[in-house]
Design a protein around this ligand. Structure first.
Ligand code: TTP
Ligand code: MG
Length: 360
């Protein structure tokens, strides 16, 4: 049997790095990509920040207003002026295709996990030593050809490879040999385990679990009591057990979507429908540029003024592909939010998102 060797490539500060590469005047400055900060009054969040801006405590998902505040404070004490860039450049998708076609040249079986990351089946390298050599060369070629850096993690499972790629960023390469997996995992915070988000982390904290080592003290029955059906896979993951294969990901590519935070919360169906129309056009554009023809699932996300968030989805018996078809299906999902049954308190809408899945 071929040895299990899995790599995980993740681009460094991806959107910000593409902007820095394409706009030389950004060199050396803190760069924040996200929604428009509107002089500190903007809504929405940071998509990503370059490493210079991260030194100020700015990172993905931080409210853009807060990022603005941190920059202002830093500037007042002699720091550089930050540059805010509104995300949405087509350049990110292009850069991503460029990077992963290079990766694909080196590694026949890769599984794209997001715009800037992929798992690599490195079994064909036969040894971790050879896999590491390949990763060094691959990093070099990506840097030379795209002027972008990435970080690679290598281990014997997808999960540990992913944790390893986040271990030493940017421009890093971390190899965790099978015999060192447990030693590597144990001291890490429980949140490092992919799939342990804010909610599960809270449950762990209530149990007094802070590190992976702490979590290893629990039996799988105990974890099932705490986490329900995910308990067993969590039990496996904290032991570095993850049998998932690297499957090439074209057809199972998760989704293409857009979301928009309104400048002012709204109950105006025309306004919401108009925004949805714009999103639909952008999505269909992206569907085409990514080389897909059609899709079968439409997902609508609505966030209300009180931040409660609802998603509704529709999976169709046969695939659709046109603007009109997507508009019809999205409208069908949207309408209940303007009716008493679907929105009894008549709450105003803060954010709307449309996503298509099951792409072909
Ligand atoms: P990440 O790989 O999570 O982040 P990153 O590449 O910017 O930084 P790192 O060096 O830590 O890997 O996400 C890739 C891109 O996806 C990121 O550049 C912007 C986008 N993104 C968002 O738009 N919103 C988010 O909340 C996150 C996490 C990412
Ligand atoms: Mg990244």
């Amino acid at each position: 049997m071929e040895k299990r060797i899995v790599g995980h490539v993740d681009m460094d500060a991806f959107f910000a790095s593409v902007e820095e590469r394409d706009k030389p005047y950004l060199k050396g400055l803190p760069v924040i990509v996200g929604s428009d900060p509107k002089g500190g009054m903007g809504r929405g969040v940071v998509s990503t920040a370059n490493y210079k801006a991260r030194e100020l405590g700015i990172g993905s998902a931080l409210p853009i207003r807060k990022a603005w505040e941190l920059c202002e404070n830093s500037r007042k004490t002699g720091g550089d002026r930050c540059v805010f860039i509104t995300s949405g450049s087509r350049g990110y998708g292009l850069a991503s295709s460029e990077v992963f076609s290079i990766v694909h040249k080196w590694v026949p079986n890769i599984s794209r996990a997001s715009i800037d990351e992929a798992y690599l089946d490195l079994g064909f390298c036969k040894s971790f030593k050879e896999a590491k050599k390949l990763a060094v060369e691959l990093k070099k070629e990506i840097k030379n050809k795209t002027k972008l850096t990435c970080t690679i993690g290598i281990s014997n499972s997808r999960m540990v490879a992913k944790i390893a790629s986040g271990y030493k960023k940017p421009d890093g390469l971390t190899v965790i040999l099978p015999r060192n997996v447990d030693k590597f995992l144990r001291p890490l915070p429980i949140r490092s385990v992919p799939g342990i988000g804010e909610k599960n982390e809270k449950i762990f904290h209530r149990l007094g679990v802070k590190t992976i080592d702490d979590a290893q003290q629990y039996s799988w029955e105990e974890l099932q009591n705490a986490f329900g059906k995910h308990g067993f896979s969590i039990w496996e993951h904290v032991r570095g057990i993850d049998e998932r294969k690297v499957e090439s990901s074209r057809e199972k590519r998760k989704s293409i979507g857009k979301h928009h935070t309104f400048a002012k919360d709204t109950n105006d169906i025309k306004k919401v429908a108009k925004t949805m129309g714009k999103q639909i056009r952008l999505i269909l554009n992206e569907v085409r540029t990514q080389g897909f023809k059609e899709f079968r699932t439409v997902v609508l996300t609505v966030r209300f003024d009180d931040f409660t968030t609802v998603t509704r989805s529709l999976t169709l018996p046969s695939a659709i592909s046109t603007i009109t078809q997507l508009e019809l299906k999205s409208t069908k999902l949207l309408l209940p939010f303007f009716e008493t049954a679907g929105n009894p308190a008549n709450k105003a809408i803060r954010l709307i998102g449309i996503r298509v899945e099951k792409l072909n």
